[in-house]
Structures are given as C-alpha cells and as structure tokens.
Ligand binder design. Structure first.
Ligand code: PGA
Length: 243
C-alpha cells in the first residue's frame, strides 16, 4: 500500500506547495500519496495549483454543523467538498485544547465529512500525564469509541492519525516499538467498529527528515502527519524521500 504523507501547515504560510508542483515530476514516482493541509484561505488557490498534479488537498478543520446556517466563522464540510478538498483533519489536539473540541464535536464533524464524501483524518493521542499513568490505550479507546460507536456508514473513507500530544512540536517521539504496538492496537479497535474495512493509521508528532525513514519502516505505520517539518520544501521532501 502507498504511504500517506499529510502536511499540516497549521496557521502558517509556506511556499512548499508551489515548489512541490514545480518539481512534481520528481515526486510523482515516489511510493506515496502526498496531501497538503494549508489554512482555509489558501485552499482555492491550491486547488488550482494542484490541477493535473498528484497532490491532494486537505482542510485542517470543518464545522460540526451541516448545510448552510447562522454559524459565524464556520465552514461546512460540503463547502470544502465544493472547493475541491478531498480530506479533512478532525480532532487535532490543538483544536481540542484551544477550542474545547470534545469527542462528541469530533463525531459530528466526522459524520459531516463522510456525508460530503470527504476522507476524514481523525486525530487521537494521549497527554504526557496519561502516558505516565499507563492509560494510553484506554484513552485512545475512548477517543475512538465516542466517535465510532454505532457508526452508520459502511463505506466511509477514514484515516486515523495517532499523535501523542507530548510529541507534537517537542522534538520527542515514542520508540518505534511503542508506535508499532499502539498502531496495532488502534487497528484492532477500529476493526471492531468498522469490520472488514482496513483503516490507515498515520503517526504524527515531531516527524522530520532524520526520523522519517525509521518511522515509515515501522510495522503498522501507513504514513505520517507532519507539522513543522512540512513548511520548508527541503525538510518536507526529505520525508517524502523516505518512502
Ligand atoms: P509537528 O506537528 O510535526 O510539528 O510535531 C504535528 C501535528 O501537529 O500534526
């Protein structure tokens, strides 16, 4: 299976997308699907930029509300779809932390994404405190269960991104063995909720050009979600090279 690499620009500018497109011949041969998640306002421009290239467009968020309505500042999953967006990040820990997104809100967002035929990239991950209490698996189980219990859809496009909060932007990463074990567990749990539908599990948190080859080669890692190292072309393409 092709590895998936998602660049999460967060609230940052970057010229990485232009440079990727300029050099797309070089990257088209790589064994991976590359998606870029820029701030909302760049999505339309990047959709045009990506026409005819192999790069996918991802949004960083969508509204928990459906259709049109009086929700100032919000953007619906259907609006993203109409703009040419193919996937959306849901439940990133920064949104959980700064915007009080609960599992229930994530569930609503995920349903909206699926209804709009957008691939939902659902982020889960434990805090350092939870890890130190040896409660990582039960915490992840809850984050998944709250969203996927009685899941209505048989053919939804779902990706799980495992991002330990303590690894995001910190330069710290779990051991490769831990990543393998946790991803195996996540796949088991997802198989309970979505039987017979293999779900890709990405790792995220301080992925860079140096650790990417080992992370990519870790069993049960289907790709990576990259923050800081996705902003500069040289750093990001080092990660692509590792596939
Ligand atoms: P980082 O961020 O790669 O800068 O640690 C990852 C993320 O938050 O998705």
């Amino acid at each position: 299976m092709k590895k998936i690499i998602i660049a999460n620009w967060k609230m940052n500018d970057s010229d990485c997308a232009e440079k990727l497109v300029q050099n797309h011949e070089k990257w088209v041969k790589k064994n991976c699907n590359i998606m870029i998640a820029p701030p909302y306002i760049y999505l339309e421009k990047m959709h045009q930029l990506f026409q005819g290239s192999q790069f996918g467009l991802c949004a960083q968020n969508c509204s928990q509300f459906e259709g049109n309505g009086a929700y100032t500042g919000e953007i619906s999953a259907q609006m993203l779809k109409n703009l040419g967006v193919d996937s959306v990040i849901i439940g990133h820990s920064e949104r959980r932390q700064y915007y009080d997104e609960t599992n229930e809100i994530c569930r609503m967002k995920l349903y909206n994404a699926v209804n709009a035929d957008i691939c939902a990239v659902y982020c889960i991950g434990e805090s350092l405190e939870t890890k130190q209490r040896n409660q990582t698996i039960s915490f992840l189980n809850q984050q998944i269960g709250d969203v996927f219990t009685n899941f209505l859809y048989k053919r939804a496009r779902i990706i799980i991104a495992y991002e330990p909060i303590w690894a995001i932007g910190s330069g710290l990463t779990p051991t490769f063995n831990d990543i393998n074990q946790i991803h195996t567990k996540i796949k088991d749990i997802m198989n309970m909720y979505l039987p017979n539908q293999p779900v890709a599990v990405l790792y995220g948190g301080s992925v860079n050009g140096k650790n990417a080859p080992d992370i990519m080669a870790t069993p049960n890692v289907d790709g990576v979600l990259v923050g800081g190292a996705s902003l500069l072309y040289d750093n990001f393409t080092q990660i692509i090279q590792s596939t």
